[in-house]
Design a protein around this ligand. Structure first.
Ligand code: COA
Length: 330
């Protein structure tokens, strides 16, 4: 697509819970979690909200881009865990940043959300409708986590990542996206609240009373794992073919950070070395739509992204949804 990422930002809550902390809540241990997922610790909101983290990440991205809030035409916040239902998180971000000229809306596509936010903004920008967009993935998944379920509570964490996009006259890359609502029960959540039982000190083991199961994510871990390792390599090949880009032209594969073994399996199926698949899951766990922009921002700030490099961003998750997009770095 004819867009340029001209700034990135992220925000990570300072409260850390390592695997030993999880082992105090459920029957698990550090070794099992590291081996099966690659996760060592995760950061959990302690006073921060999905909106406040989105604002911090967004501000940092704008500051890097050297763009004022008034210049933003579009704000898209991808989230499944906003602390507000109405107004949408994107409008709350607009208010905080003073982005008075922006059109704002949220996007709900779970762990594929940032890729879809990028595609949505890029479509508006390359269609000539807007010139400048701020896209953000922000999640407080710890609010939606059942801390009695060892099959899910080991996986998730909180944080936010953002990117500023500008319309650009270079080559346009067409994205690949798919959905399979028929398999939605593999990862589901009926309702949500924004109380965090852990950091609010309300958790009291087996006997606590902080709501019914409808407030927590339910997951068939094996089904999600199998879906991801099959569909992500297919989507990557499809997006390369569609854009007539050779696989060896890709410098980085930025996958949604769900499980180290998923990333390793995708790399193996594509026949690519792990060096091209950066990971930060060990530090943050799975932060859903925030995982790709947090990783992108970390790489950007470390100077790992060079002008002319091509990146494939690939997301997958609840819905089921999945997709891949090619980004050319400037
Ligand atoms: N600690 C210790 N043991 C655990 C455990 C835990 N947290 N969770 C499960 N186990 C046990 C199981 O009870 C089972 O024991 P058994 O063999 O005696 O029955 C054994 O470990 C293997 O369980 P299994 O469910 O087969 O593990 P797994 O290798 O599939 O790993 C996940 C479980 C959740 C880590 C893995 O399925 C996964 O990551 N799936 C993808 C989830 C995901 O990424 N979701 C988000 C997508 S966006």
């Amino acid at each position: 697509m004819a867009v340029n990422i001209c700034g990135t930002g992220s925000f990570i809550p300072s409260h850390v819970m390592d695997n030993n902390g999880i082992a105090e809540l459920v029957d698990t241990n550090d070794e099992w979690i590291r081996e099966r997922t690659g996760i060592v610790r995760r950061h959990i909101v302690d006073g921060e909200t999905t909106v406040s983290m989105a604002c911090e990440a967004g501000e940092r991205a704008l500051s890097m881009a050297g763009i004022s809030a008034e210049e933003i035409d579009l704000i898209v916040v991808s989230t499944i865990s906003s602390n507000v239902v109405l107004p949408c998180a994107a409008c709350e971000v607009q208010k905080e940043l003073g982005a008075v000229n922006a059109t704002c809306f949220d996007l709900s596509a779970a762990c594929t959300g940032f890729v879809l936010a990028y595609n949505t903004a890029a479509a508006y920008l390359s269609g000539g409708i807007y010139k400048t967009a701020l896209i953000i993935g922000s999640e407080s998944l710890s609010n939606l986590t059942n801390w009695r379920d060892r099959g899910t509570c080991i996986l998730f964490g909180d944080g936010a990542g953002a990117a500023v996009l500008r319309a650009d006259s270079r080559r346009m890359y067409v994205p690949v996206t798919h959905s399979d609502g028929g398999k939605g029960s593999a990862l589901s959540l009926k309702s949500r609240h924004d109380r965090n039982v852990l950091t609010a000190g309300e958790y009291s083991g087996e006997n606590h009373d902080y709501g019914t199961d409808e407030y927590f994510m339910k997951m068939d871990g094996k089904a999600v794992f199998q879906f991801a390792v099959k569909k992500v390599p297919q989507a990557v090949r499809e997006v390369l073919e569609k854009n007539q880009v050779r696989q060896d032209e890709i410098d980085w594969f930025l996958l949604h950070q769900a499980n180290k073994r998923i990333v390793e399996s995708v790399a193996k199926r594509l026949g690519e070395p792990m060096e091209k698949f950066p990971m930060n899951i060990q530090e943050y766990g799975n932060t859903s739509s925030a995982s790709i922009p947090i990783l992108l921002d970390e790489m950007n700030r470390k100077g790992m992204l060079k002008p002319g490099q091509k990146i494939v961003m690939a997301g997958f998750g609840a819905g089921l949804t999945w997709g891949a997009s090619i980004v050319e770095w400037m």
